[in-house]
Design a binder for this molecule. Structure first.
Ligand SMILES: Cc1cc2nc3c(=O)[nH]c(=O)nc-3n(C[C@H](O)[C@H](O)[C@H](O)COP(=O)(O)OP(=O)(O)OC[C@H]3O[C@@H](n4cnc5c(N)ncnc54)[C@H](O)[C@@H]3O)c2cc1C
Length: 458
């Protein structure tokens, strides 16, 4: 049965598992169309990967660094509608850490001055990126390995000095299988937003009270339209129950345990006529009784785990907002100095995210905050000789197992349709965002579209 048919039949109550951006946008679309909707969220707060925490005195900061590009129209429109004036655009600075220093890497002039590459290689790299960003045949690019194309287009030296460290850092052993279409969409979207002002004037969006604010506003709007958002409600099982579904949830506080380990609490069973799972595919896999063929499709999806250390510092760490670390001896992939994008006066101190993407079983994914800080400190000193871990005011660390879905060559054929083989049960998550890279904008858009289709109004 198609999603449209579910709406046409007149779905009475829809349950959504997950109150991240996608689940909230879907819930809002349904609630605004008069469908009774219940959202179930494992954590005691909304926003999922876009969540934030209070630094004290009501100043919120994202657990994972976030910004919007000017091409992120869905998120921009949501802010304009629900939180007018909240989204601000700031001048961004991007750099590459290589050969012992940060090289500015925003404008064509920066590329011409990029010392780690010989002049001829810089020109070749610049022309290749321009050529790639102008292409539109993304389905052909879905059949080509990004690293193979980059080797041919930019040459072996640019591959070793720029692309391979970036791709290995993000995707590890899977890097050779990443399709060119994935890289293309990142470059093409970035180019789109630059078309007005030129590369040197890149501006990035950041909401005054963190990315959580729009999620809270979406949840409020769902409630205003009669929907319900149940927090601290981990769904552990979704089973057919007559014409509809029974959703069994764990007891309060299950979020303190590893996901999926808490048993169902007999008191917490809810009913729905249709269910939308917005969880990662490995969570969807364990929630329902899928047939073998569909279970294999879910299992085929893997993710890279984000490990992020957030440091509160008295002083500025660097002059750059976003630094890609392309030196393979360094133990992290990126340095994101939030207070080099958003004015530091808004915060009690300066904030630096140290970012990594690793395999789920990587030792880094098991390190505590102090251990991570000790592990990274010598490398942080290589970037800024004055860095002293004893001068760190506070530190936090966060891990997200399903941070980055791993696309593979021929990815468009692996993507799951929204409707599953179980009539009335749907899946929508970051694996269905492609060729764009996952991001709040595309989760908001996919969520709205799924909600509209489930409500039978398209
Ligand atoms: C390090 C990092 C940096 C990022 N940077 C950016 C950026 O700069 N800009 C940008 O736009 N995006 C960025 N993103 C991506 C963005 O945060 C995500 O794409 C987006 O928030 C995903 O929303 P979602 O609702 O699809 O998924 P999620 O946020 O993962 O939502 C799924 C929800 O389901 C809940 N859940 C899971 N299992 C259960 C269960 N059994 N029962 C109930 N609830 C459950 C989870 O707790 C979660 O809240 C970044 C992400 C990371 C990790």
């Amino acid at each position: 049965m198609s999603i449209e048919a579910a709406g046409a039949r007149g779905t009475r109550r829809v349950a959504i598992v997950g109150a991240g951006v996608l689940g909230l946008a879907a819930g809002r679309a349904l609630a605004r169309r008069g469908v009774a909707v219940d959202l179930y969220e494992r954590w005691p707060d909304v926003a999922g990967m876009a969540s934030a925490f209070d630094l004290g005195n009501g100043v919120w900061i994202d657990r994972y660094y976030h910004h919007l590009f000017q091409s992120d129209r869905e998120m921009t429109a949501l802010h304009d509608e629900l939180l007018p004036g909240e989204l601000e655009w700031h001048r961004s600075t991007v750099g590459m850490y290589a050969d012992g220093r940060i090289w500015p890497f925003v404008s064509p002039l920066d590329l011409i001055r990029y010392g780690p590459l010989a002049p001829a290689d810089r020109v070749r790299l610049g022309l290749a990126v321009l050529r790639l960003a102008r292409r539109t045949d993304w389905e052909r690019m879905d059949e080509v390995s990004a690293l193979d194309w980059l080797r041919r287009a930019c040459g072996e030296r640019a591959l070793e000095k720029v692309w391979r460290p970036l791709m290995l850092g993000k995707f590890g052993d899977d890097a050779p299988a990443i399709p060119l279409a994935w890289l293309w969409s990142k470059l093409a979207l970035r180019r789109q937003k630059l078309s007005g002002g030129g590369a040197a004037k890149e501006r990035l969006g950041y909401p005054r009270s963190s990315f959580r604010a729009i999620c809270v506003a979406l949840a409020d709007d769902i409630r205003r339209h009669g929907g319900r958002v149940h927090l601290d409600r981990e769904v552990v099982r979704v089973d057919r129950d007559g014409e509809g579904f029974a959703l069994r949830a764990a007891a309060p506080g299950a979020y303190r345990l590893p996901a999926g380990t808490a048993p169902a609490d007999g008191e917490r069973t809810a009913r729905a006529d249709a269910v939308l799972l917005t969880t990662p595919t490995h969570v969807a896999r364990r929630l329902a009784a899928w047939g073998d063929a569909y279970a294999a499709r879910l299992d085929a999806w893997t993710y890279r785990t984000a490990v992020v250390l957030l440091l509160e510092l008295r002083d500025r760490f660097s002059g750059t907002y976003w630094t890609n670390v392309v030196d393979r001896d360094m133990p992290f992939l990126g340095l994101i100095e939030h207070t080099n994008l958003v004015p530091a006066e808004r915060y009690p101190a300066r904030y630096l995210y140290v970012s990594n993407y690793v395999a789920r079983d990587d030792p880094l994914a098991r390190m505590g905050t102090d251990e991570l800080l000790r592990h990274y400190a010598p490398a942080l000193r290589r970037v800024n000789a004055r860095f002293d871990e004893r001068a760190v005011l506070r530190a936090w660390s966060f891990r997200e197992d399903a941070a980055q879905p791993v696309p593979r060559i021929g990815n468009r054929r692996r993507m799951l349709p929204l409707a599953t083989p179980i009539d009335g049960l749907y899946v929508a998550n970051t694996t269905q965002i492609y060729p764009e890279d996952r991001g709040t904008n595309y989760s908001a858009k996919l969520g709205r579209e799924v909600g509209e289709r489930l409500a039978g109004r398209t």
